[in-house]
Design a protein around this ligand. Structure first.
Ligand code: BES
Ligand code: MG
Ligand code: ZN
Length: 493
């Protein structure tokens, strides 16, 4: 069920060998094979292999009774090489084994000579990421056997490699924790169950976890979460995770990460049409991401960091106790919300979490939420939307997204749209009077609750958090999107 990865300087006679190469490294790679070079080179030409990104070919050799296969995978030109490409390339190597019937228990991978430590690290993360499949409910389990992988890379010492390997493994432990939570069926993964997972992490060093149940929520005035959750038999929770490893002499920032935790979004009384309801177990992907980040932090134990993970969690259901369109909800902030559409529930529960972060007097906050279908219309399934009240913070997030190989694109908070969320009877309404710019008006609703002196960014992950069908490098279902970007942002990797 696991990957065992080691490194060495020399290529040996393995049954399965992968070569990961730039478009300038064909000759060098083929040369390793001495007298076979010409044959491989000719075969490459017959396959029109030029080493471009996404190009590959397999050279099979049957020598007496021993057969061996060499796969050459192109990365393209050095100047166009990105961490995203490296990650996907690596992930597709392990995922192609998982999604096939091949019984491969060991292989070696020869890395491009151009890889520095950061690129090797990203590659290793990809290998771990690809070796995943959520098969809990399948009678026929997927091909997740142990695989021994030998990495051949010339530029790296054994001790550095071991360090990078452990780091990559811990990061993907976090990412795969997120995937597990998001993939789990909603009957099992209720708000209380999500809280249990968070609480488990607090058994580790430097992590604490406070859980507030429905009674606490009412007592504390967190009535946004309470109102959205009260229609369900599975009562809401608010989860406060904290990671603190601060040395006395260093000044550290206090960062809040907020994640939307709808364990199921049926739409509530504003019920979703059947086709739109399927996959709504993934509406806690923001929360899953925050829990995944804490899982990784607890394993990585980075220094000089104070992070607060805030998760409002509820199940949005219709029923005799459900909140309704026309209700006016006043939550922790004291600001009143006119409910227009009970399906715009994410922003209502997030408003309490944002006010909670204001009161913690954090130096900055970032929220992640599968908030709007409109964001998917705007950016597609591969890219998250970013909204921010602070240019510097947004730039830093975009840089981290680039390092992580997770695509994020900034959209504006457009003051011209503000009037569309103004209410006649309350301070704000939860659904705009226009359909257009739905991702923006949702973000501006959140902004209404953020203390103006605190840098805040909102990442709408509705698109990239979950996929219906597999991709060459990625199992279907939850993607764990956002964990790597946030860990990079926190300086933990
Ligand atoms: N959880 C959904 C958004 C969503 C849609 C996430 C598709 C992932 C995939 C959210 O709660 C929602 O229902 N949003 C509404 C807002 C509308 C009622 C203003 C939407 O996007 O339609
Ligand atoms: Mg909804
Ligand atoms: Zn939702």
């Amino acid at each position: 069920m696991a990957l065992f990865i080691t490194n060495t300087n020399n290529i040996t006679n393995f049954e399965t060998t992968y070569h990961v190469l730039l478009n300038t490294e064909l000759n060098k790679s083929f040369s390793i094979y001495g007298n076979l070079k010409k044959q491989i080179s000719q075969f490459a030409q017959s396959q029109s292999f030029e080493g471009n990104y996404n190009e590959s070919f397999i050279f099979n050799e049957i020598d007496n009774d021993k057969s061996s296969s060499k796969k050459f995978i192109g990365l393209g030109a050095k100047k166009d090489l990105t961490n995203e490409k490296i990650f996907r390339c690596a992930s597709s190597i392990t995922y192609s084994i998982v999604s096939s019937k091949q019984k491969i228990s060991s292989l070696q991978i020869v890395l491009s000579n151009s890889f520095d430590n950061i690129k090797v690290e990203k590659f290793l993360m990809g290998l771990f990421y690809g070796h995943y499949y959520f098969d809990k409910y399948k009678s026929k389990k997927s091909n997740l056997n142990d695989i021994n992988i030998t990495i051949i890379s010339n530029n790296i010492s054994n001790s550095t490699f071991t360090k990078i390997l452990n780091k990559s493994k811990n990061v993907i432990e976090g990412v795969n924790m997120t995937r597990l939570l998001v993939n789990e069926q909603p009957e099992i993964l209720t708000p209380a169950e999500l809280a249990k997972y968070a609480n488990k992490i607090s058994k580790r060093k430097n992590v604490t976890c406070e859980i507030f149940n429905e009674k606490d929520l009412k007592k504390m005035n967190m009535l946004g979460i309470w109102n959205v959750g009260k229609g369900s038999a599975n009562m809401p929770r608010f989860i406060h995770l904290k990671y603190k490893s601060v040395s006395k002499n260093k000044k550290t920032k206090k960062i809040a990460l907020i994640g939307k935790g709808m364990t199921y979004d049926s739409g509530g009384l504003s019920l979703k049409p059947a086709d739109y309801m399927v996959t709504m177990k993934m509406d806690m992907a923001g929360a899953g991401c925050v829990v995944g980040v804490f899982e990784a932090l607890s394993l990585l134990q980075p220094q000089n960091l104070e992070v607060h993970g805030l998760i409002p969690s509820a199940e949005n259901m219709p029923g005799p106790n459900a909140y309704r369109p026309d209700d006016v909800v006043v939550g922790l902030s004291g600001k009143s919300i006119e409910v227009i559409n009970t399906d715009a529930e994410g922003r209502v529960i997030l408003s309490d979490a944002i006010e909670y972060a204001n009161r913690l007097k954090v130096s900055e906050m970032i929220d992640l939420a599968t908030l709007t279908g409109a964001c998917m219309v705007a950016l597609g399934n591969y890219t998250a939307g970013l909204f921010s009240n602070t240019v510097r913070q947004a730039e830093k997030i975009l840089k981290s997204s680039n390092n992580a190989g997770e695509k994020i694109w900034e959209l504006p908070l457009d003051e011209d749209l503000r009037s569309s969320i103004e209410s006649n009877i309350a301070d704000i309404k939860n659904s705009a009077s226009t359909r257009y710019g739905g991702a923006i008006t949702a973000a501006m609703f959140l902004q209404h609750f953020v203390d103006k002196s605190i840098p805040w960014s909102h990442i709408d992950i509705a698109g990239p958090a979950y996929i219906d069908s597999k991709r060459p490098w990625l199992a279907p279902g939850a993607t764990g999107f956002g964990v790597m970007t946030l860990l990079d942002y926190l300086g933990a990797i």
